[in-house]
Design a protein around this ligand. Structure first.
Ligand SMILES: Cc1ncc(COP(=O)(O)O)c(C=O)c1O
Length: 338
């Protein structure tokens, strides 16, 4: 029998539904640039999920923490880069659930801004009570986690591992549910044909949205902006595999590979390294809508969203929605850029 995300263990963390707001001033600014009318532009405010400055991981963590609690875990382990938003939200989710949290952060982004190693998400991780362990970029991750599991189990603890970005099938359930929420909100606005654009990295957000579209056909078309990997094709295949796993646990038909649209032109030099288009998108969104994006994910994602609007890519749609996945805390780690 087909399941819905409501059939899985869930620990409530997010303020839902998040608002879906029209961006009229941003649209007018773009219309001047494009010299023609554009479709309506909206922003889905998942930066307002409410947990320690919000973001997309909160929705995933509702299901991941739900599973951890059901398994009787007492310690959450997760991983990411030094300025991982996912790590910060996991630290907050663990605190809210009364669990311990160990963050293993790999020093993998060659960004040398002075605040990168002390401020932004790292500051918040510590404030939220997580134990932060920093590893060299080339450390053997398998060995690091084996040792950590042994250490926690050796003192009688029960660890639960959350994969990078919270991107497992269980985590992706959060975005299958989000897809249904967005489709409902668009229906209320009588918008039947929309593009839904977002920054894609570890892939759980996009995989979940695609799985959600298997529950609710005729919802918005999902378009990921790759902010993570140089090999766009391989990343799309991995997202497809995760979308299939998510569809499998929901017992809905598996999506085709063609359901994964991943734009590869907005990453720049590499993950975590600023681009001019990102800076321009962050500033334009702040100054037209009063909305704060981040330098690593939503800034590059919005750069893609804007470029596609100006290029006429949404011409056949009634509206285009940018899914704001959070990350604002990362701005403070990149303060020299703005
Ligand atoms: C602010 C923000 N946006 C987007 C993403 C990408 O989401 P996903 O890893 O599910 O692809 C992340 C992931 O860390 C993020 O922190």
């Amino acid at each position: 029998m087909t399941k819905t995300p409501d059939d899985f263990p869930r620990f409530s963390l997010a303020h839902l539904p998040t608002p879906l707001l029209e961006m009229k001033r941003l649209r007018h600014a773009l219309e001047k640039r494009a010299n023609r009318e554009l479709p309506r532009l909206f922003i889905k405010r998942d930066d307002c999920t409410g947990l320690a400055s919000g973001g997309n991981k909160t929705r995933k963590l509702e299901f991941l923490i739900g599973e951890a609690l059901a398994a009787g875990a007492d310690t959450i382990i997760t991983t990411g880069a030094l300025q991982s938003n996912h790590a910060r939200q996991t630290a907050a989710a663990a605190a809210a659930a009364g669990l311990s949290c160990v963050l293993v952060l790999f020093d993998s982004v060659p960004y040398r801004g002075h605040a990168y190693r002390s401020s932004g998400n790292l500051l918040l991780d510590r404030l939220l009570g997580a134990e932060v362990r920093i590893e060299e970029a080339d450390a053997d991750a398998g060995e690091v986690f084996r040792k950590l599991f042994r250490e926690i189990e050796g003192r009688g603890g029960k660890p639960y591992f959350v994969p990078v970005g919270g991107s497992s099938a269980v985590g992706s359930l959060g975005y299958a549910a989000a897809y249904l929420e967005i489709a409902d909100q668009l229906e209320v606005l009588s918008i039947s044909n929309a593009a839904l654009v977002h920054a894609s990295s570890s892939g759980g957000t996009q995989a979940g949205l695609i799985a959600g579209a298997q529950i609710r056909p005729n919802g918005p078309a999902v378009i990921g902006i790759n902010v993570y990997r140089a090999d766009n094709h391989r990343m799309a295949e991995d997202i497809h595999a995760l979308a299939c796993k998510t569809a499998e646990i929901l017992n809905v038909p598996l999506p085709e590979l063609s359901a994964v649209t991943l734009e590869g032109g907005f990453l720049g030099e590499r993950y975590g390294i600023p681009t001019e288009a990102m800076k321009e998108a962050v500033e334009l969104t702040a100054r037209t809508e009063g909305v704060l994006l981040d330098p690593v994910y939503t800034g590059k994602g919005m750069a893609g969203f804007l470029a596609k609007a100006v290029a006429g890519d949404y011409a056949k749609q009634d509206a285009a929605v940018f899914l704001h996945t959070g990350g604002m805390a990362g701005l403070f780690a990149y303060e020299g850029e703005f």
